[in-house]
Design a protein around this ligand. Sequence first.
Ligand SMILES: O=C(CO)[C@H](O)[C@H](O)COP(=O)(O)O
Length: 216
Amino acid sequence: MMNKMVAPSLLSADFANLSKDIEMINESDADWFHLDIMDGVFVPNISFGIPVVEAVNKLAKKPLDVHLMIIQPEKYINTFKAAGADLLNVHYEACTHLHRTIEEIQNAGMKAGVTLNPHTPVNLLEDIIDLLDLVLIMSVNPGFGGQSFIENTYSKIEKLRNLIEKKNSKALIEVDGGVSTANSAQLYQAGADVLVSGSFIFKSDNPKNTIAQLKK
Ligand SMILES: O=C(CO)[C@H](O)[C@H](O)COP(=O)(O)O
């Protein structure tokens, strides 16, 4: 059975009032917190780092889903575990030894996810999908919030769902970038389990209500 989960992306939160937005997510129907870590090298932007993950972890009452948009993510596995990450997403494009990195994340006591950039085909995961807890499909080029959704994402989700079933994998499918109520129903229908949404939630008049709408 498919899930209908929502992970608000703190990238679009008000950093001057972060505790208020964390409290809003705690009280909402959201399932996870999504935290985007950008290094200015793997992606052309810098977001926030480990001290912010630690601070969020002190207040968050839901799991922390951490998306590493950084080179050499294997160097920071234990650091993010100590900071409070429950699920660690690394990019397929940033990992030379992906199998080893996934095992290290899981051995550190976290769920392991692999993220695919829009140009990366899902069939490249064929020989590792059975080990994964999650696959994050980027529906924008990573680096910035507020971009337009790439329509080819639906067919990528369908191909990934087929691969997951063929390989009897437990991996959840998460989608990130340009997600709103204009595409949420179709994304769940295509096979997505978890939707990440940033600007659509935080720029709305009633973010808690928007999160509830995204779960419908
Ligand atoms: O990973 C990200 C950017 O790299 C963000 O999580 C994603 O873009 C969500 O933002 P929005 O919902 O505003 O598109």
